[in-house]
Design a protein around this ligand. Structure first.
Ligand code: OAD
Length: 238
């Protein structure tokens, strides 16, 4: 069956084989840190230096990693798909962008970073967003106000509203295929997207992950295995 309006949700599992840690697997990012310290507005207010350091390291790591076969398979599929293809990612890395870099993407393609982006900074005073490739700390002057203590990573922390929720709701309501890739289904609202699609009654839902996620029983179809194996095969046959 050919699908017209496709939504793909990705999580940390798609970037694992590029060398980026997931969050909840053994040795994952949250294993060495308290979420309250590095991923909440309160943690940032308490110890901005620690939070900047955490994200500076992760931003620097992006220079060392490349998209893997799973990111590339989605990018290749996007170039030939004639309907809409919305990639909603919970990831703050730029591997989906790297995978499409240099290609003219069709009009129907869009990529939404619902949890923000490591390579962006935001001014606390004006909310202006800047591309950011270097380190930042409390002394870094903000490009718009030229003052210190104004910049923060453009990352959605716990207790904050994820980005693009209206647009995401629109795409979930009209999609005829929803594919969830490499996410454990622990964090809402993303974990609830499958339910939103099911409630419209017209979207087929597929989970592709290393192992069954929290919400696995809600999906019509499930494929388990490493993303670099399962994803290329899935998109070639779609
Ligand atoms: P998790 O670390 O919770 O889950 C990653 C999932 O990927 C797990 O279910 C793994 O089994 C699976 N996985 C690991 N390696 C894989 C591979 N090679 N191929 C396929 N699947 C693999 O990460 P997320 O679900 O993305 O939010 O986490 C969601 C959110 O929780 C993150 O965006 C982050 C975190 O707190 C914020 O920081 C706001």
């Amino acid at each position: 069956m050919a699908y017209n309006h496709i939504v793909i949700l990705t999580g940390a599992g798609i970037s694992a084989e590029s060398g980026l840690s997931t969050f909840r697997d053994a040795g994952g990012l949250w294993a060495g840190h308290r979420i309250e310290d590095v991923a909440t507005p309160e943690g940032f207010a308490r110890d901005a230096a620690l939070v900047h350091h955490f994200y500076n390291l992760r931003r620097a790591q992006l220079n060392e990693v490349r998209p893997n076969a799973a990111h590339l398979a989605i990018a290749n599929f996007a170039q030939t798909h004639t309907g809409t293809l919305t990639v909603i990612t919970q990831n703050v890395d730029d591997l989906h962008e790297q995978a499409t870099n240099g290609h003219d993407m069709p009009q129907g393609y869009s990529l939404l970073h619902m949890h923000g982006e490591l390579r962006k900074a935001r001014c606390l005073a004006t909310e202006e967003i800047f591309k950011w490739h270097d380190t930042m700390d409390a002394s870094t002057p903000c490009p718009c106000c030229n003052k210190p203590k104004r910049l923060r990573p453009h990352i959605v922390w716990f207790g904050e509203m994820p980005l693009y929720m209206d647009l995401i709701g629109h795409h979930l309501r009209r999609c005829d295929l929803f594919v969830s890739i490499g996410t454990s289904g622990n964090v809402y609202p993303a974990a609830g997207f499958v339910q939103q699609v099911r409630s419209t009654g017209n979207g087929h839902t597929i989970e592709i992950n290393m192992e069954p996620s929290q919400g696995h029983s809600l999906f019509h179809e499930k494929i388990y295995g490493a993303a670099t194996q399962t994803i290329p095969e899935f998109f070639i046959n779609l």
